[in-house]
Design a protein around this ligand. Structure first.
Ligand SMILES: C[S@@+](CC[C@H](N)C(=O)[O-])C[C@H]1O[C@@H](n2cnc3c(N)ncnc32)[C@H](O)[C@@H]1O
Length: 250
């Protein structure tokens, strides 16, 4: 059974506060990068894995999607999404993304924002996503960067005497597997995979890897959030777009 961290009231409330901050890393870096990776959504059937508050689902409708199914493991999240972002063209379902084949539907585009590092078996997920996509469909996702998931704690920075971060202390990169870290005073379980594992497992599922990004901030972003200069030393996010061939050659 997957961890249901976002049903922990304390964590959920702190996470909500973080996501409501207009100067968060999500708003300034990850979301714009994710939107740059999306294929045209006009008239498409979209599935959002780990939809959270449903903000992404509403954004995909605004880009022309015909219908969005937003799924999330957390009942708290699904209830919040139904309250915050109700739309006739969005269906919210509380379920585990590793079980998407139970939906017995196929989609044009499957998107996931910052949820995949919670999944233990990425190969199993990539195989399921491939089967749930129509031929020619796209899988677009962001996750914590492997240089972040590798470490056994957040904030692995060496600082100088003034407190300025001078380099990132990487450890465990070639030891994939479970990491238990503290984030917002809660214990979080996530999974580290190396770049080569992520790419190999997508290829093994039958995908063509089409695009990849490690977004860095603009000068304006750094002016808004000065600590973002650190992204030039160690990026926080990895984004990938993978395509299912129009004719399934697998
Ligand atoms: C960091 S939040 C991101 C939420 C949303 N995508 C966003 O960008 O605002 C991660 C979300 O993934 C969900 N999640 C984690 N594991 C999941 C799983 N196995 N199946 C479905 N959702 C999952 C969590 O409940 C949480 O809502």
């Amino acid at each position: 059974m997957q961890q249901n961290l976002y049903d922990n009231e304390t964590f959920f409330n702190q996470y909500r506060e973080l996501r409501e901050n207009p100067a968060s890393y999500n708003v300034l870096l990850e979301q714009p990068a994710l939107h740059r990776m999306l294929p045209p959504l006009a008239g498409k059937q979209v599935l959002d894995l780990g939809c959270g508050f449903g903000d992404g689902c509403v954004g995909y409708l605004a880009l022309g999607a015909a219908h969005v199914t937003g799924i999330d493991l957390s009942q708290n999240m699904i209830e919040a999404a139904q309250k915050k972002n109700p739309r006739a063209e969005i269906t919210y379902i509380c379920m585990d993304m590793t079980k998407i084949e139970d939906l017995q539907e196929t989609f044009d585009v499957i998107i996931s924002s910052l949820a995949i590092h919670y999944i233990r078996d990425f190969q199993g997920l990539a195989d399921s996503v491939f089967r749930c996509l129509k031929p020619g469909g796209k899988f677009v996702f962001s996750q914590e960067h492997p240089l972040t998931t590798a470490c056994s704690s957040y904030g692995n920075w060496q600082r100088d005497e003034t407190g300025k971060c001078i380099y990132y202390k990487l450890d465990g990169y070639c030891r994939p597997g479970k990491r238990t870290v503290t984030w917002m005073d809660c214990t979080v379980q996530k999974y580290h995979r190396t770049f080569s594992q992520i790419i190999s497992q997508l290829l093994c599922a039958g995908f063509q890897v089409e695009a990849m990004q490690e977004p860095v901030p603009t000068q304006e972003n750094i002016r808004q959030v000065p600590r973002m200069y650190r992204e030039y030393d160690k990026p926080s996010f990895l984004l990938l777009r993978a395509g299912k061939p129009a004719e399934n050659m697998k």
